[in-house]
Write a protein that binds this ligand. Sequence first.
Ligand code: SAH
Length: 365
Amino acid sequence: MPNVRNSLAANSRPDFGEMNLSELESAIEARGHPRFRARQIFTWIYAKGVTDFDGMTDLSRALRADLSAHARVGTPTLVRKETSSDGTVKFLLGLEDGRQIESVFIPDTPNQSFCISTQVGCAMKCGFCLTGKMGLVRNLTAGEIAGQVRVLAGELGLRQSRFNIVLMGMGEPLHNYDNTMKALEMLHDEHGLAVSPRRVTLSTVGVLPALERLATEPFMPNLAISLHATTEDQRDALVPVNRKYGLADILEAARRFPIKRRSRITFEYVLLGGVNDTPEDARRLVRLLGNIRCKVNLIPLNEAAGISFRRPSDEEVDRFAAILASARVTVSVRKSRGRDIRAACGQLIVEGLRRSPAQTAAALL
Ligand code: SAH
């Protein structure tokens, strides 16, 4: 089986897709080449989307040949791409170990955004989230997290454009802290895609020690905290990790979080009909958020087979939002994007664990 053997040999070569610029510099030097070549290679990989060393035309022939034989740029492969009637595009990507993840392009939120995964599956098991039903399969590597952005930017022809990155795909970014932060550093590098931290939003259930660590980082993305409940008991039931890192502690950490001038923490709140969407919930939420510089993003539940909650009516959503607004809490309602291709929040799960398309479609109606 020559092919299998070749690809095994290829996989044992150093993977430039996993390296930040300084690691790449060391790797290039270690092979006896000048350090500055690393910047050129980094630019080819990130800014120009070239992952085949032969295509890196400003490198000498000898360097290209050496790298082709002794290095590689691991990149997720595009398995399938589906486009929603609203312009949202969902990408199913394949990883080297055969696992798959989903990433989503959202054309207008109001800016174009890439919704990126940080884990295969998720350990948090929030009661209304399909990804949670998968459990955690494994963490993504930094290269796999940053690689999603490289693939989407290339596929969509957006390498030269501005786009936002939201870490709201599969997984809990603060449960895969080091790889997530390294990926953001790789994406931020000025020799590559140069994504500003202001264009990145990290969404978390609030893994407390990691949240406190994030508060000390030089690279500070925007922060979104998935709150979803206004009492400890209610949050224990909806977001199981609350039993370890409770609502009061999360809010205290949010209050202390060093937010940039003119920016605010976002609190995400999935509205579950008859569960956490009552006027009392809204009033409690106002009280809880009292002295935090924040805004609230309400997410009416995206229903799916296997999720036992109900999406509230538009009137119920408006009633909840109006109570917040009248108490001067900045509030927005997240528009559901890509529901027809099961790309909406909480719907990312890879094939095989999914019911048949017909069953899922029926559940969405
Ligand atoms: N683990 C992170 C990021 C991934 S989920 C987090 O929890 O924040 C991104 C957002 O989608 C979270 O606020 C999550 O609670 C929400 N979400 C999950 N399932 C959903 C569903 N079925 N309908 C609407 N929003 C959902």
